[in-house]
Design a protein around this ligand. Structure first.
Ligand SMILES: Cc1ncc(COP(=O)(O)O)c(C=O)c1O
Length: 400
């Protein structure tokens, strides 16, 4: 039998730590390894496999579109791109959209828009206020906007114009705002930072501050968008409308597609300002259209909200009875369980051995981001495995 792990060690650039699972097939919430062992996937991409693995809607869209037209330059019109554009604009607060391929690129486009807006409409203002612990991707500009020092340290000098403040601290934003500030750029719920949920009044207050100061509010909904939090877009929870939003991950359900959307006043690109060979090509936007259409038509956000209530109830009870669980946080189908020590990897490995894939998003926390289409039975099954693993670890180390 081929030793694929040895090939990785020989040929691959250091990839970061992988879990000990060679995935060969997926269907719905399930993944199978090379030995045919079946796992429940509560990792989900993370937060990317919105409709589950190989959903027929995606498979059929790929086959049908591949037979018609896979790629055509953005120098031409193409129907899937325009259908997806219409669907996104008609179901959001935005007026215009631009398609890219990855979350980092969508964020990059959003910040380019803001920089141009600052040049044209705010005396060249260019500074962006970001949050500690944020994650926006791995391009040079996005590691600079992000809040993790070790992602930036080897790569300086970094682009200028990024300021950081603690998440959920409006006063800190106000303190650093100045004449050069062009935008506030944040995730509604910090995903890679460990599922840190904004206080109810945080974004309303930031919105009011942006209006008062003539600053753009840019939300990175790469992880929270497309139904993940129990609304189509997470900004809806807060009763506010951002000026610009980035989408990625779940919009393509596993194919590389992302987008940034803007209100008319912020949509300042003119021909020549931006571009992408693959961004918005027929194959990926056809899938994006079918994924978003499925999410909207079947009111998946309502199902996610109901499932989120189940997850909350079950995880809250863990908090009550397991000494090692110190916090549970999340919304919809995006949750983290925090432990009293750095046992995230141990819990993740024990869950894997028991047939459940979760993600140790932080050394002391595990994240759940299963497909939005997970069945009630699969949800119960996965949570039961996780509870058992955590209870066993709690008996071994009963501390708080
Ligand atoms: C909030 C957020 N923004 C941006 C990104 C980057 O997306 P990508 O890896 O597709 O570039 C991620 C990825 O985890 C993310 O969670």
């Amino acid at each position: 039998m081929t030793d694929w792990r040895a090939k990785e060690a020989k040929y691959f650039m250091h990839p970061g730590k992988r879990m000990d699972l060679l995935a060969v097939r997926g269907e719905g919430t399930h993944i199978w390894d090379e030995d045919g062992r079946d796992y429940l996937d509560f990792f989900g991409g993370p937060a990317t496999i919105s409709l589950g693995h190989s959903h027929p809607v995606i498979v059929n869209a790929l086959i049908d579109q591949a037979k018609q037209l896979i790629h055509v330059s953005n120098s031409f019109y193409s129907i899937p791109q325009l259908k997806l554009a219409e669907l996104l604009i008609e179901n959001s607060c935005f007026d215009r959209v631009y398609f890219m391929n990855s979350g980092a690129e969508a964020d990059e486009g959003a910040l380019k828009l803001a920089r141009k807006w600052g040049k044209e409409k705010k005396n060249g203002a260019f500074e962006i206020i970001c949050a500690d612990n944020a994650f926006h991707g791995r391009t040079l500009q996005m590691i600079t906007a992000g809040g993790t020092e070790r992602y930036k340290a080897p790569f300086g000098p970094l682009p200028e114009g990024f300021l950081h403040v603690p998440f959920n601290d409006v006063a800190a934003v106000k303190r650093v705002t100045n004449d050069k500030t062009v935008a506030i750029f944040m995730e509604p719920i910090q995903g890679e930072g460990g599922i840190n949920v904004a206080d109810d009044d945080y974004f309303p207050q930031l919105r009011a501050w942006c209006d008062e100061q003539n600053i753009l509010l840019i939300l990175d909904e790469v992880q929270t968008g497309c139904g993940r939090t129990g609304k189509l877009f997470a900004y809806e929870h807060y009763g506010i409308e951002p000026d610009i939003m980035a989408l990625g991950k779940g919009i393509g359900g596993g194919v590389p597609l992302s987008a940034f959307l803007a209100k008319e006043h912020a949509a300042v690109f003119t021909p020549g300002d931006h571009g992408s060979t693959y961004g918005g090509e027929p194959l990926t936007t056809r899938v994006g259209y079918e994924v978003m259409n499925y999410i909207i038509k079947n009111d998946i956000p309502a199902k996610v909200q109901a499932n989120g209530a189940t997850v909350k109830r079950r995880l809250d009870s863990l908090l009550d009875r397991c000494g090692i669980v110190t916090d549970v946080r999340g919304m919809g189908l995006m949750w983290a369980i925090q432990f009293s020590s750095d046992i995230g990897e141990k819990i993740t490995n024990a869950a894997l051995a028991a047939g459940l894939i979760v993600n140790n998003v932080r050394p002391n926390a595990v994240r759940l981001a299963p497909p939005l289409t997970i069945t009630d039975e699969e949800l119960e099954q996965g949570l039961a495995i996780l509870e058992h693993v955590i209870e066993e670890s709690s008996v071994a180390a009963p501390s708080k």
